[in-house]
Design a protein around this ligand. Sequence first.
Ligand SMILES: Nc1ncnc2c1ncn2[C@@H]1O[C@H](COP(=O)(O)OP(=O)(O)OP(=O)(O)O)[C@@H](O)[C@H]1O
Length: 251
Amino acid sequence: MSLLALENLTVRRGECPVVDHVSLTVGAGEFVGLIGPNGAGKTTLMRGALGLLPAEGRSSLAGMTPRARAHAAAWMPQAREVAWPVTVETLVSLGRTPHLGLRGPGAVDRAAVDRALERMGLAGFHDRIATELSGGEQARVLIARALAQETPLLMADEPIAGLDPESQIRTMEVFAGLAAEGHAVLASLHDLGLAARHCSRLLMLDRGRLVADGAPDAVLTPENLDAVFGVRAYYARTEDGPVFQPLGVTR
Ligand SMILES: Nc1ncnc2c1ncn2[C@@H]1O[C@H](COP(=O)(O)OP(=O)(O)OP(=O)(O)O)[C@@H](O)[C@H]1O
């Protein structure tokens, strides 16, 4: 089942297309990594797909009412600012907003918040003040807020940036687990090693164009890495899964 479908999505900044005729679908069960160098258009693609930026072409999410979209997709933006000194529980509960009826949060909502906190390793954090957490802890709280929304699709912009190695791996495992449960995750990622190990599929963007789309092996080829990222890398299939390590620059 397709949870996101883009047809020739194009987003212009001034005259210049920063997302250029991108067509793709994301289906239930996929953990898709969106990769590309700085400025390739990853954030713009996701914001255009969500209808948060004016775009040409078609996105299955952009035409929805905000309420319908909030039931279809959760969005974790790159900005990690927590504006108010509220408790972690209050902040993560905001993810339940689209589900609330007139009676406010109930047992189902509290269970979803607890589940999201548990998944992000934040079980003891309910009463902590969000603004008093470390940057990485705040990032995990914001991922938990998106998880609490319990949507078929989760879209996240650099969700593991600034996390320690354990939290990065755990978060990638949480996303892969969501996909295994029949949800889908689309996340922009700069760590190609973690992307290769955990994602079922990679989308490679270069100057707004989708230049490769497929299994990590098929996308992280020496030719693509050279042409798009300007790097060469070690890549091997091991008993422990794929191992990817950039080795040097090629230009
Ligand atoms: N508000 C804006 N006005 C003009 N140009 C913009 C604007 N926002 C983004 N751009 C340009 O669009 C291009 C794509 O930006 P985008 O943030 O989507 O890239 P990205 O792949 O997410 O990059 P990064 O990895 O650095 O986060 C960049 O060249 C950027 O300079």
